[in-house]
Design a binder for this molecule. Structure first.
Ligand SMILES: [Zn+2]
Length: 169
């Protein structure tokens, strides 16, 4: 990891920028899917902790799986919460899952010495230790807090603009 929830900081800031063109639910689902392999290794004590799932090729495959499953899971979950049908476009689901899996490998590459993100082409992890682990965790938390504030500011601004445009029409 960073512990799976820390990854949400990146997603929240991207959600602030892309608003309706990004699904935080699919992004979050992707974080869970990415950390299933390390979780199984932790429980069973067998296998490579940050193995194939934590490479960029593994991230591509898991992004496709997460986009396909996450679109429907998110639509069901959002429908239950908001009590109205919600549609997530395929391109939004794919974008959110790919951003999710690639940012996951990128952040984990900074803190885990056993990672080989460019496997099978290279065993080198060039960004390992580029910043300290406490600094990385702080960065994730700040991205989440800043992202949440930015999301609401941008959301309110866009809603007002939309309202003004509707009034003119
Ligand atoms: Zn991870």
């Amino acid at each position: 990891m960073p512990f799976t929830p820390f990854h949400m900081g990146t997603g929240i800031s991207i959600k602030a920028l892309l608003q309706g063109s990004f699904s935080l639910m699919v992004f979050g689902w992707t974080q869970i899917v990415m950390d299933i392999q390390p979780l199984v290794v932790l429980i069973t004590g067998e296998g490579h902790l940050h193995g194939f799932s934590h490479t960029y090729i593994g991230a591509c495959l898991l992004a496709i799986f997460s986009a396909l499953s996450g679109k429907y899971l998110s639509e069901i979950a959002l429908k239950m919460v908001q009590r109205r049908p919600i549609h997530i476009a395929w391109w939004v689901s794919l974008l959110s899952a790919f951003v999710g899996s690639f940012s996951h490998v990128l952040l984990d590459s900074i803190m885990h010495a056993d990672m080989e993100p460019f496997f099978p082409f290279s065993e080198i992890n060039p960004i390992l230790g580029i910043i300290s682990i406490p600094a990385l965790h702080k960065l994730c938390i700040y991205l989440g807090l800043f992202g949440a504030a930015a999301y609401f500011v941008i959301h309110i601004y866009l809603s007002k603009k939309h309202e003004q445009r509707n009034r003119k029409d």
